[in-house]
Design a protein around this ligand. Structure first.
Ligand code: ADP
Ligand code: ZN
Ligand code: ZN
Length: 748
């Protein structure tokens, strides 16, 4: 009775998690997690091997088709990642094949791995004196070329004809005589290849740092013994040396022969961050893979490949780096764990911080979540005993946290002679002082563009986007009104389109407008603006930050791009121009975010020898977030905010699911959602509640009408199971898209 090897293959692009069994042809090495090509009906398809099993061919009663081949020799996904994919698919209600493919870099998602290759030339025979002597006078160029190939081995063709000055015809001639051969070689693009890093030695740790490191080491040892251990929340004020702690934890991990993943928020993944790791691990810098969003798709792929090929063991990257195929994972660090950018806003809508904890459980490795302002989810997990806690209250060298002054802008408005102000007298005076002393200032405003919108004081007209239910922002540099939701732009009106009044005004301030004001108020100061409008070119941010570090800029004005992770010793003043920007939005985390932002921004001041000062301008000085941020009191804030969340049964005391239906046809979106709502309400399990179908806060976006239901449950799994069961077999009109977001971060 012949037993044959077979593979269970999950087909790509299948909406219903389609998987089939195929025979593994003799001599083809296939493992779980491998990407393969298979016959499917009359075509060929690509899929992932989810299991291997022996089948009894006789007992089967029908014949199996065979695999056509593999996408690459090695599996792209480790067993741990396959388990993780399953977990994500269940928890976030996403098709598992989508989850698997989103774990891979784009050039590896299809039926072949798109890799960069180049033509190379090498000698095809041993090059010795006798061979070289056999060339005649007219073949001098060929002789020289061959001698060089003999010396150098493999030479890229472009280099041979370029820097080495050979002619194409002599290479062709040599190839014709069988003396050299031209081959394709895979090139690995290493964006950091050129840079020489100066090694930075580990610093002697202070007491709190040593205790935090000891907690991580102890966790690793516990797990090593096969026992359970909790994730650790590393709660340390900005500048308390958290990064130093986990740099040393990584070093130990690597010395123990294991790998590490460090997640950094997209926005904090600056060249500076990358440098810090490359410097610390300068001796093994090639083993550090950086999955930077500024890299090209190909470069990112090659960094990922280095990890897959076991050439790199330390991975630093944003959100999706949690899926790096690191084998023998010994540590996962999530820096700035509270950051919203860890939440993916397309399918699968996972939260990388939570995924890190799950991956840590699967791989049996320590997980460290670090922040000066932990998410209330993590803080609550500490309170309930799910996570361990390491606290660092001291800044390095006992430097004081900066003094935070709150400016009530309602008073400033009254003082001002005309119109609203953006620079209070106090902030302006503080800036003048810094300029006189040769110290630096960072100004922060989380709104780019010139004005929030254009407004007619006569009839109340506001410049709205015709595709979205939101206002268009004026960008003066391009002289356009731009929608920040869909990117639609148009010329700003010179007079009111409704009543033709010529007195239309620019309402509200964006960074562009503030820059203009700053140049008027401080004509001699060196000012630079940092936002997505000014930093479009690759490398521009790095240049600007280098210039700022070298004190070639006095005032750095920017959006949240400059809020985090930057470390400038000569900055003694940070101004928050409008702390209320993110406060009054329909979002349960609005207050938490504002608190985090203020604290992080404040952490930019006084990083060096000089003491820092922070000026926060606000129209709501008594708001919870602002009151506690002023005293750098995370614990106080968390207690009061959590109390409120508990009263309303908001997360972290519940899990939410946001179900949205969108369509260009308003009625169809609304009707589909109502149908779904009725079904969800039928046999609603205990502990789950849901809202009526309502228009989304952003009811129209990209020409699509949007309606939503918010569901709430004490258990996430129960919630997901109910939604899955309800959705099963339910179809919607072709032009209606229904999306489900478990643990949503944006309700818009
Ligand atoms: P955090 O990540 O908590 O904001 P960092 O690790 O970036 O803090 O440390 C802040 C600064 O203090 C950095 O310049 C770092 O090099 C320095 N530093 C950290 N730990 C020590 C130490 N033990 N001794 C001296 N300097 C340190
Ligand atoms: Zn008007
Ligand atoms: Zn729009």
């Amino acid at each position: 009775m012949p037993t044959l090897k077979s593979a269970r293959v999950l087909i790509d692009g299948a909406t219903s998690d389609l998987s089939f069994t195929y025979l593994v042809p003799e001599g083809l090495a296939v493992s779980e997690g491998q990407r393969v090509r298979v016959p499917l009906r009359n075509r060929s398809a690509v899929g992932t091997v989810t299991a291997l099993e022996d089948v009894d061919a006789d007992a089967l009663g029908y014949s199996l088709k065979s695999l056509l081949g593999t996408v690459s020799e090695d599996p792209f996904l480790t067993p741990g990642l396959m388990k993780l994919a399953e977990w994500i698919a269940t928890f976030y209600l996403a098709p598992i094949e989508t989850v698997i493919r989103s774990m891979l870099p784009k050039p590896s998602r299809g039926g072949e791995e798109r890799r960069k290759t180049e033509k190379c030339v090498e000698a095809a025979v041993p090059v010795d004196a006798a061979l070289l002597a056999s060339f005649n006078k007219r073949q001098e160029k060929q002789r020289e070329a061959l001698a060089l190939f003999g010396e150098r081995g493999v030479v890229p063709l472009a280099e041979a004809t370029g820097a080495l000055g050979m002619s194409r015809s002599s290479i062709k001639a040599l190839e014709g005589r069988g003396l050299v051969r031209i081959t394709e070689r895979i090139v690995n693009r290493d964006p950091f290849d050129e840079i020489d890093y100066v090694e930075s030695a580990p610093l002697p740790l202070n007491e709190e740092q040593a205790a935090a490191l000891a907690a991580i080491v102890e966790t690793a040892e516990t797990l090593e013994k096969g026992e359970k251990a909790k994730p650790i929340l590393l709660f340390g004020v900005t500048g308390s040396g958290k990064t130093e702690v986990y740099l040393q934890a990584i070093q130990r991990t690597v010395e123990a022969g294991k790998g590490a993943i460090v997640l950094v928020p997209e926005i904090a993944l600056t060249p500076q961050t990358a440098d810090r790791f490359k410097q610390r691990f300068a001796r093994i810098k090639d083993q550090v893979a950086i999955l930077h969003s500024n890299l090209s798709e190909g470069e990112r792929h090659d960094e990922w490949r280095k990890v897959l090929d076991r050439k790199a063991r330390i991975v630093i990257g944003a959100r999706s780096a949690i899926f790096s195929p690191v084998r023998d994972l010994g540590l996962i660090v999530v820096d700035e764990e509270h950051e919203n950018s860890y939440k993916q806003d397309s399918i699968p809508r996972y939260q990388a911080r939570d995924i890190a904890v799950v991956r840590g459980q699967i791989e049996g490795c320590p997980v460290v979540l670090a922040s000066a302002t932990p998410s209330l989810e993590s803080w609550n997990n500490v309170n309930s005993g799910k996570y361990g806690l390491a606290t660092m209250r001291q800044r390095i060298d006992d430097r004081k946290l900066p003094l935070i002054r709150i400016i009530d802008m309602r008073n400033e408005g009254r003082k001002a002679q005309s119109g609203p102000t953006i620079l209070s007298t106090k902030l302006r005076a503080a800036m003048e002082q810094r300029l006189a002393r040769g110290e630096q200032t960072i100004l922060f405003l989380n709104r780019r563009g010139f004005a929030r919108n254009i407004l007619c004081p006569e009839c109340g007209y506001v410049s709205n986007c015709r595709h979205c239910s939101t206002t268009m922002t004026l960008h003066r540099q391009d002289d356009r009104l731009i929608c920040h939701i869909c990117g639609f732009s148009q010329l700003p009106p010179r007079q009111c389109p409704e009543c033709s009044s010529r007195s239309i005004v620019n309402a509200g301030y964006g960074t562009e407008r503030v820059e203009e004001i700053l140049r008027q108020v401080f004509p001699t100061a060196r000012i630079r603006r940092v936002d997505t409008d000014t930093m479009r070119r690759k490398g521009q941010l790095r240049e600007t930050l280098d210039a700022f570090r070298a004190a070639k800029i006095d005032i750095l004005l920017g959006t949240q791009m400059i809020a985090k992770g930057l470390d400038f010793p000569n900055v003694t003043l940070v101004g928050v121009l409008n702390a209320d920007v993110g406060l009054h939005i329909p979002d349960i985390r609005a207050g938490e975010r504002t608190f985090q932002l203020l604290t992080q921004v404040a952490g930019r001041a006084g990083r060096g020898e000089l003491e820092g000062e922070v000026v926060v301008q606000t129209y709501t000085p008594h708001h919870l977030s602002i009151r506690y941020a002023r005293h750098h009191d995370f614990e106080g804030f968390a207690e009061e905010e959590l109390e409120m969340r508990r009263c309303f049964k908001h997360p972290p005391y519940s899990h939410l699911a946001l179900i949205t239906a969108r369509s260009v046809h308003q009625e169809r979106a609304e009707f589909s959602l109502k149908t779904l709502h009725a079904r969800l309400q039928r046999r609603l399990p205990d502990g789950i509640t849901l809202t009526d179908p309502l228009p989304s806060p952003l009811v129209k976006s990209h020409d699509q009408w949007r309606f939503q239901i918010v569901m709430k449950s004490t258990g996430a799994r129960r919630l997901a199971a109910h939604i899955r069961a309800t959705m099963k077999g339910l179809t919607f009109p072709a032009d209606v898209v229904v999306t489900i977001d478990i643990d949503p971060y944006s309700m818009a």
